[in-house]
Design a protein around this ligand. Structure first.
Ligand SMILES: *[C@@H]1O[C@H](CO)[C@@H](O)[C@H](O)[C@H]1NC(C)=O
Ligand SMILES: *[C@@H]1O[C@H](CO)[C@@H](O)[C@H](O)[C@H]1NC(C)=O
Ligand SMILES: *[C@@H]1O[C@H](CO)[C@@H](O)[C@H](O)[C@H]1NC(C)=O
Ligand SMILES: *[C@@H]1O[C@H](CO)[C@@H](O)[C@H](O)[C@H]1NC(C)=O
Length: 960
């Protein structure tokens, strides 16, 4: 909380309680810090003096380094720089020190434990655990100290960074320019903080497809214009040390380096030793065995083809060298092999060759490490593409090798495909989806290695932190408190009061929801319906409202917080809303051109302006803070032609109407909602059967049931400067019984021309629900229901259909929970947990007594294997339930064809599960049964004959 923000009756009143009001902002960890001083707490800084930091000369040098960061963090917060000294057990100290050290490494900690018999069983031998607590008489001559003990090197480092974050130094202070809120008093409670072993043993990220943005930026900031001698790569140790520090502050421990024209071990010989010095475990991607960059290093040093069937000795020697080079450091060795350029091994390569590859690689490890037990050396085998196929075909490797299952590149575990389109521009992953999929990994105890592709890192700060925070301690997070992750993040990064932080959380939820319902790279002018449900118009106004909400907070922030907010909140919203609005304006321009409407020209102007605006926003980002992030938004993103990024941003095609000459049908045309047609005159959309049908045939539908029958007379005018007028009509339902039709004549008076008259016909159907009916009521030819809005919900075996807030395209999702409640077992249709929706219909498809029901389900892979495809059962009334396995089977290592493509499951971010039912007009119940776990239902659309195409489905129906 900042003094500047306070609006109170008297400053003095607030000053009196200044310290007490300040909150500690930290995410996913217990807090033990406060910003006041009292005898009951340990003072880190008080009255202009800081406690000295004691460390041991024989401490890990990586901990020495982190302790220097810790000291400078204290100075950032308080303005007081603590002394750091190497100390032995015979120190005398008048001040109360902070004693820092690693169990089993630091003789200082050993002395404290010897002297005090301190109980260290909570950390001893526990991977990466730490304890922080006040200890009386820790050493002879020292009356008390705050003692920080790590179980191992990283345990101590995490303890220090854990405190730094609580003091007010964001892990992103450099990477997202988060200011440190000053505090002149800093204290730690006597009982301190502690943490056991993390949920996931190895937690980290990798850069991928880092060209153009990250690479161009790093070239400018970390080199003198030329990259590494052999590869041209800019990713030297100046760059990597910034990354290592960030990973440790986020309590990660693992990294795969950039590999695009880069070779970590070659580009800068300090890269590998510095990673180890900081405490980072290095690995390499699925296609880079034995700690060497492939194909870059093979291209530089390899002899002969990259083919183990024909060139095994040269490849073996190459791997020996990579292993020798990495031997002094902490690594996880990738084993296995892929073809050159990340392609499958040659067709003739079979499982036997791959098994030989892995057994040779393990021999190399034993030889180089002079190790008889190879299981002591961490190894990883990535099950990816064709290798996953080998696994499915029965290939196995020794148990000590960690199997790395990958997602499909779209957040669905466990496979990968680059199609239908790459996306590297802006944040578009919903936290609820990430949580849903990662919690499945936890349920299955897949917790040895987690690694996430962060692209260029910069636009994905929040997503990256969530991934590592969840991996650090998954027990703290559930669907119910995910929103608090973002509000805590907003409080920490922008020093916001809780209510504003909650607003930021809901802004970020909408940003990622809207970018995820279709990735910006896959948008075009007709993604959202231009004619029905006002879908495109609503998307535009939603974006505008979101941008206004974000801008309001941005402008109210003190200037020193604005860069951080711009980078992580305001820019993604500005950029996404501009692109989203541009595509809709382009679609509307194209539609209006086909209708010969002059307003097409205004829309063409809008497209041009928004296309230019897109570049201005990019430039604004690049010019922040004197150009600190220059090039970081270089990623092209406007108008894709296939899956790969476009080589330049190009404005999508627009057209213009000739304004000097009147259109053939006359001065005025009518374009009703619900149709792409216009009257009078020709138009390809006037009638499905051809152009000889009567005018205004098609469009009467939109206004059928609830909207319009009798109209109020109105008049208006159109002109080239005011080319269109929207006429809205309402119904006085007291005047309508049953089905009635109204004719509206649009009469135009045109100077110097004969007058025109165009009729439009509207049908109103005054329907009445039976008294006492509760549930959703058909309107406009269908019933649309958000899955969370159920009439009844029945648990079985402790499993209940449960809402996943903020999940999916429109409102939320529901899933059987707890996921493993039935011991991973399934149910037969009609026996499991169920959820019901009462609805009332007045129509059926072609009056035939039938309806169709579409469940809009989240894409999810058959992650329980081909024998257990995910399934769901649905039922109307007491008809026989229908069971649907909605993810089609596919060959091992491949995805079903429906997964892919611009209209496929992942592009649409939805799978439509359609069933047909008898449902004569009247009240009915729609029921969903659990069959398999891990199914997420978002929405239900029952078509009674009038549902029209749209991207999000019809808006939710009225419910009584
Ligand atoms: C403590 O000793 C280590 C090892 O000799 C040395 O690298 C480090 O600079 C020393 N730290 C201080 C604060 O003197
Ligand atoms: C701690 O105690 C053990 C066992 O008495 C002893 O071997 C060791 O030297 C002591 N270490 C220190 C630093 O005093
Ligand atoms: C760039 O040049 C400066 C001045 O000569 C030098 O200090 C710095 O190390 C160079 N940076 C790199 C990455 O070579
Ligand atoms: C391995 O390293 C040695 C010594 O640096 C070098 O002479 C040899 O050419 C390297 N071999 C391969 C296959 O990289």
């Amino acid at each position: 909380m900042r003094l500047l923000n306070w609006k109170g009756p008297s400053l003095a009143v607030f000053l009196g309680s200044l310290s007490a009001l300040r909150n500690v902002h930290a995410i996913g960890q217990a807090t033990c810090v406060s910003f006041n001083s009292s005898p009951s707490v340990f003072s880190v800084v008080s009255g202009g003096r800081s406690a000295p930091l004691f460390i041991s000369e024989n401490e890990w040098s990586g901990v020495q380094r982190a302790a220097a960061d810790f000291a400078s963090d204290i100075e950032k917060v308080s303005g007081i720089s603590p002394t750091v000294s190497n100390v032995t057990s015979s120190v005398k100290s008048s001040a109360t020190p902070i004693i820092i050290g690693t169990l089993g490494q630091s003789s200082l900690i050993e002395a404290v434990v010897n002297h005090t018999k301190l109980d260290v069983s909570s950390v001893s031998g526990i991977w990466e655990a730490f304890m922080i607590k006040e200890v009386a008489n820790p050493l002879p001559g020292v009356p008390k100290a705050m003692v920080i003990i790590g179980a191992d090197k990283r345990g101590t480092i995490y303890a220090l960074y854990d405190l730094s974050e609580q003091f007010g130094v964001s892990p992103w202070y450099w990477w997202a320019d988060v200011p440190t809120t000053p505090n002149s008093e800093i204290s730690i409670s006597s009982s301190g903080c502690s943490h056991g072993t993390p949920t996931v043993k190895y937690r980290g990220f990798f850069f991928n497809d880092e060209q153009p943005a990250l690479q161009n930026w790093a070239m400018e900031k970390f080199t003198n214009g030329t990259g590494a001698a052999l590869t041209g790569s800019p990713f030297n140790h100046f760059f990597y040390t910034k990354v290592f520090e960030l990973i440790l502050r986020l309590k990660g421990n693992y990294l795969w380096p950039a590999q695009w024209s880069s070779a970590f071990g070659v580009d800068d010989t300090q890269n590998q030793p510095l990673a180890d010095w900081y405490g980072i475990v290095m690995g390499t991607s699925h296609e880079e065995p034995m700690m060497r960059s492939i194909p870059v290093e093979w291209g530089l040093f390899g002899v002969g083809p990259w083919n183990y069937s024909t060139n095994s000795q040269n490849i073996y020697d190459f791997w020996v060298n990579g292993t020798i080079r990495a031997k002094p450091y902490e690594n996880i060795f990738t084993v296995g092999m892929r073809g050159d350029g990340d392609l499958p091994l040659s067709e003739t390569t079979n499982i036997a060759v791959l098994e030989k590859v892995i057994s040779d690689q393990r021999q190399i490890l034993m030889d180089v490490f002079n190790e008889t037990d190879v299981t002591n050396i961490p190894q990883m085998w990535a099950l990816y593409k064709e290798v996953l196929g080998y696994y499915d075909d029965g290939m196995r490797v020794p148990d000590d090798i960690t199997l790395l299952w990958s997602d499909d590149n779209w957040g669905n575990m466990y496979d990968y495909v680059g199609d239908p389109r790459d996306y590297k521009w802006i944040t578009s992953t919903q936290m609820a989806k990430t949580f849903d999929q990662l919690s499945q990994a936890i349920d299955r105890e897949a917790t040895r290695i987690w690694i996430v592709n962060v692209g260029d890192l910069k636009p994905y700060e929040l997503n990256t932190e969530f991934f590592l925070t969840y991996a650090w301690n998954s027990s703290l997070w559930s669907f119910d408190n995910l929103d608090t992750f973002v509000s805590k993040w907003a409080q920490r990064e922008f020093d916001l009061p809780l209510d504003t932080a909650n607003e930021v959380a809901s802004i970020m939820t909408n940003l990622t929801r809207w970018n995820n319902r279709r990735k910006p790279e896959l948008l075009n002018g007709t993604t959202f319906s231009l004619t029905d449900y006002r879908e495109a118009e609503n998307v535009v106004s939603d974006w505008e409202a979101l941008l206004n909400a974000s801008t309001k907070i941005y402008c109210s922030l003190p200037s020193e917080f604005q860069s951080a907010f711009f980078e992580t909140v305001q820019h993604p919203i500005l950029a996404s809303s501009t692109l989203g609005k541009m595509w809709i304006a382009q679609g509307m321009n194209n539609l209006r051109i086909s209708q010969a409407r002059l307003s097409a020209n205004d829309l063409a102007d809008q497209v041009e302006q928004l296309f230019e605006r897109d570049y201005e926003i990019e430039t604004e980002y690049h010019q922040l803070l004197g150009g600190k992030w220059d090039h970081m938004m270089d990623q092209t993103h406007v108008q894709y032609f296939y899956w790969q990024q476009p080589m330049a941003d190009t404005m999508p095609p627009i057209s213009r109407m000739r304004t000097q000459k009147q259109a053939l049908p006359g001065a005025m045309r009518i374009a009703p909602e619900g149709t792409a047609a216009a009257w009078p005159g020709d138009n390809p959309n006037q009638c499905a059967a051809g152009d000889s049908c009567p005018p205004t045939d098609n469009h009467s539908r939109l206004f059928c049931s609830f909207e319009l029958a009798l109209y109020r007379y109105c008049e208006g005018s159109v002109s080239p400067s005011n080319p269109e007028v929207r006429v809205e009509a309402t119904v006085d339902w007291s005047q309508v019984t049953g089905v009635q039709m109204a004719q509206i004549n649009f009469n135009a008076t045109v100077t110097g021309q004969p007058s025109e008259s165009t009729p439009a016909y509207f049908v109103a159907n005054h329907t009445v629900a039976p008294s006492g009916f509760k549930g959703f009521v058909e309107g406009d030819g269908g019933v649309s229901i958000e899955a969370a809005h159920a009439s009844r919900n029945t648990s079985v075996a402790g499993i209940t259909w449960t809402e996943l807030p903020d999940y999916g395209k429109t409102h939320s999702g529901i899933t059987p929970w707890p996921r493993t409640g039935n011991d991973f077992n399934n149910f037969t249709a009609g026996s499991g947990p169920s959820i019901e929706y009462d609805f009332l219909n007045f129509n059926t498809i072609n009056d035939g007594g039938n309806v169709s029901a579409t469940l809009l389900v989240s894409p999810s892979l058959n992650s329980m294997g081909p024998d257990r495809p995910i399934k769901i059962a649905v039922q109307i009334d007491d008809q026989t339930p229908q069971t649907v396995a909605f993810i089609p089977p596919s060959a091992p290592g491949t995805l079903p064809p429906q997964w892919d493509g611009n209209d496929g499951f992942v592009a649409n971010a939805i799978v439509s599960v359609v069933t047909n039912w008898s449902a004569p007009p009247g009240a009915h119940t729609f029921k969903i049964w659990m069959v398999e776990p891990a199914v997420v239902v978002q929405k239900i659309v029952i078509d009674t004959g009038g549902v029209r195409p749209s991207y999000l489905g019809p808006p939710e129906s009225i419910s009584l």
